[in-house]
Design a protein. Structure first.
Length: 781
């Protein structure tokens, strides 16, 4: 149950593929030198009255960036490919640029070769010089680096003339723009410029080690390591089979190296129904998801629709589930999550928008991210490039007739660029800042894969490319950890998996609410439907909400632009959310809609707002004859769950009934295709105070593992069937899993069980001393 302490001897260390080629003596010497730097820097931060920036640490980081070991692993084919791309881009640059004349075309590859050599020689020098000067140094490299290389390369190449330095400067920008587009089309992993900027702002003003406790400071001064911290990285929506395939194929080099080297292990855990991010994060961060029946749900007591990724609703939900002892309660940092985990610092946290307005959400990296012209312009170009990629990939699906697929135009094109580029880099910058300050624990959610898999498919190339990008983020954080004031362990996990399939509407020509309306015989005005893809808008709405609260020009412009989409709490509401909540609310006369239909992936919920309490099967059939049986027999529905007057909750399928309390089955068991855990899941959620009057789970094809989302999403999660309940947990091999939290197959039983396991790891690393006690989390038997 306890983490096995690693010894200092190099022989006892697992094989680290990053240090292959270095002698044991070199590794020890490097570690000793870095430890000395940390002690020196801590003394500077402690005694300096001027807040001197940690130049030694940044110069050491500059050396690491310049001496990138990855670059030595490119084989000849990769080098030739890069050279050919460079020559092609240079040809286009010469053709487009004014004032550049070419005598012989054979000079182009020679010039490209000179450029490659000069870049290899000058780039490490420029990076080392840029790190201590922060964004100014990065800006100088960005503005003039390619100019210097091209100017010298042009001068060394015969038959290539320019009208002057200004023409070469213009040509360097044209070259950079074309090369940037080419790199992003090929998913280049060149992130050094971003790291230069992030390292600068994460160590400015003496902030290095500013979060260290007194005992940690004493340990560093005495030449010992302080307590290890933990970085929890949520790879949102990543299913266990995808990780298994990616590690075996090597397509995620960082995770594959961690696991293959023996330094890390991984296991699958079960994300219970409803398998959604808010329900899972409530369990992971706070240890309970009680009374959370779906991603969004109707509450009869208040007469309103709660949507978990709407900041005011998220704050309301967290107030119900928190006990003050969440995962991050001991000086942790929560970044880009739905809930805070009781973290001391909350950045881009949906439930914390009210606290952000009171001053708890400001961050050096957050502000500097937008004040940095070089980094932000680079991010802007990359964001536009991501949108172009989305247009191309969406059309490719149509042209090749790849099915199942959905409509991938409109707002999603912009959403993909924002979530897969801008928010990823912002989140990474915030994590780096927290690490360099010495935070005890950090929990960050990257939604890149989940967002793309919803629209493109679970294993489609663009979704897997998003995972490759997140794998590069892990590599960045691993490199940064070397210069952090405390050692860090990494725990990577997902909140749920994903299942794929054509949507309910695509298969049957009608939406779920249309089917229910027809069975009930009511008009459209009496039905409030909430089946739009509101999950996609959550991170962007939170980002804009926090951005407009900044006291800057950018904040003012955002406030002005979003003034008609901002509620009284200061939360921005883009997407279908506002209309859905209004349709579910009572009208001016106080009359509630007759029916509220909600979709959470392939899990549906039906509420009858005008009827108090939970309606039983008998009451539903008396009021709307044929409604329940009609839904149960629909080919797009595998089973429904309703309450009965005598047997409690029952699952009803087309040819059988399963009594959930007694586990008795009449006819064909509708739960049989979903495994042994589904009965307990549905029994649990059907007894929630705010559970729907009718739960529905879509059809499921065991042959293809496909389901049918009630939202217009080709990849979905929420109910049962396919990979959506198969989440992952990657952890250091020096840690052990508590067998009491696992089932006989070795899987952790729920998000609440994973929460308890992560709390135990933190406690055994020396954290949470003031919070220890009997766990009060909800763990299934």
């Amino acid at each position: 149950m306890s983490p096995k302490r690693r010894t200092a001897a190099a022989d006892d260390q697992p094989l680290d593929l990053e240090t292959v080629g270095q002698s044991r003596r070199q590794r020890r010497k490097s570690a000793k030198r870095l430890a000395t730097l940390k002690r020196t820097q801590l003394a500077k931060n402690t005694h300096s009255e001027t807040g001197t920036a940690p130049e030694d640490i940044r110069f050491a980081a500059g050396r690491d960036l310049a001496d990138d070991p990855w670059r030595n692993r490119h084989n000849l084919r990769d080098a030739l490919g890069r050279f050919m791309v460079s020559a092609l881009v240079l040809t286009l640059t010469i053709w487009i640029s004014p004032g550049i004349t070419l005598g012989n075309w054979w000079v182009v590859p020679l010039t490209a070769l000179w450029g490659t050599i000069l870049l290899a020689v000058l780039r490490p020098v420029m990076i080392r010089l840029a790190v201590p000067f922060g964004w100014f140094g990065a800006a100088m490299v960005a503005f003039f680096g390619n100019f210097v290389v091209l100017y010298v390369a042009f001068g060394l190449s015969p038959s290539l003339e320019s009208a002057g330095w200004f023409e070469v400067f213009i040509a360097s920008w044209i070259y950079s723009a074309i090369m940037a587009a080419a790199q992003w089309l090929m998913a280049s992993d060149d992130d050094d410029v971003f790291l230069v900027q992030a390292l600068r702002h994460s160590t400015r003003g003496g902030s290095w080690g500013s979060r260290l406790a007194d005992d940690d400071v004493s340990a560093i001064k005495e030449g010992r390591d302080p307590k290890s911290g933990v970085i929890f990285v949520q790879l949102d929506g990543m299913p266990a089979p995808v990780l298994d395939w990616a590690v075996k194929s090597g397509n995620l080099p960082t995770l594959a190296r961690w696991i293959r080297s023996g330094q890390y292990s991984w296991t699958e855990w079960r994300s219970r129904v409803p398998a959604t991010t808010p329900v899972a994060q409530a369990g992971l961060l706070h240890g309970t998801s009680h009374n959370m029946p779906a991603f969004r749900w109707y509450e009869k007591d208040s007469g309103r629709l709660l949507v978990a990724n709407h900041p005011p609703d998220a704050a309301e939900i967290e107030s119900r589930i928190t006990n003050g002892r969440g995962l991050l309660a001991d000086g942790g940092v929560s970044i880009s999550n739905l809930f805070s985990g009781d973290a001391t610092t909350r950045l881009l946290v949906m439930s914390g928008m009210d606290k952000v307005r009171k001053g708890l959400g400001s961050s050096t990296s957050y502000s500097s991210f937008f004040a940095n012209p070089a980094a932000f312009s680079r991010t802007l170009v990359m964001t536009i490039g991501e949108m172009i990629k989305e247009k191309y990939q969406g059309r490719t699906q149509v042209r090749r007739n790849i099915v199942p697929r959905i409509h991938r135009k409109g707002s999603y094109v912009a959403l993909r660029g924002l979530t897969n580029v801008l928010l990823r880099q912002l989140n990474t910058s915030l994590v780096i800042e927290s690490m360099m300050q010495g935070a005890k624990s950090v929990y960050v959610d990257f939604v890149d894969y989940d967002e793309i898999a919803h629209h493109a498919g679970v294993q489609r190339p663009e979704a897997l490319r998003a995972l490759e990008g997140l794998d590069r983020v892990l590599a960045q954080l691993e490199r940064v950890a070397r210069y952090a004031p405390r050692p860090y362990e990494f725990v990577c996990l997902s909140d749920h998996g994903q299942s794929q399939g054509a949507t309910f509407k695509q298969r049957y020509g009608r939406s779920l609410e249309d089917v229910i309306r027809a069975l009930m015989g009511v008009d459209a005005g009496a039905v409030a439907a909430s089946t739009g893809a509101v999950e996609d808008w959550g991170p962007v709405n939170t980002f804009l909400s926090q951005l407009q609260q900044q006291g800057s020009v950018t904040g003012g412009l955002t406030r002005r632009a979003m003034r008609h989409r901002t509620d009284e709490a200061g939360a921005v509401s883009l997407g279908p959310l506002e209309g859905e909540q209004k349709s579910a609310a009572a009208d001016a006369a106080g009359d509630r809609p007759e029916l509220v239909v909600v979709g959470s992936g392939n899990l549906g919920g039906v509420w009858f707002p005008r009827e108090p309490g939970h309606l039983s099967l008998q009451a539903i059939e008396d009021r709307w004859p044929g409604l329940a049986t009609g839904l149960a027999k629909h080919p797009g529905v595998s089973f429904i769950v309703v309450q009965t007057d005598t047997d409690g909750p029952v699952a009803i399928g087309a040819h059988g009934v399963h009594r959930l309390r007694t586990n008795e089955v009449d006819g064909v068991d509708p739960l049989a295709p979903f495994g042994p855990d589904i009965r307990e899941d549905m029994l649990r959620v059907s007894t929630f105070d705010n559970a729907p009057d009718i739960y529905l789970n879509s059809m499921y094809d065991p042959m293809t593992d496909e389901v049918a989302a009630f939202e217009e999403l080709v990849g979905c999660h929420g109910g049962a069937g396919g990979w959506q309940n198969r989440a992952i947990l990657v952890y250091p091999s020096s840690f052990e899993l508590n067998p009491e939290l696992s089932d006989p197959r070795g899987r952790l039983l729920s998000a609440e069980a994973v929460h308890q396991q992560m709390v135990e790891w933190l406690e055994l690393l020396g954290h949470r001393k003031e919070l220890r006690g009997a766990p009060d989390v909800e763990i299934p038997s």
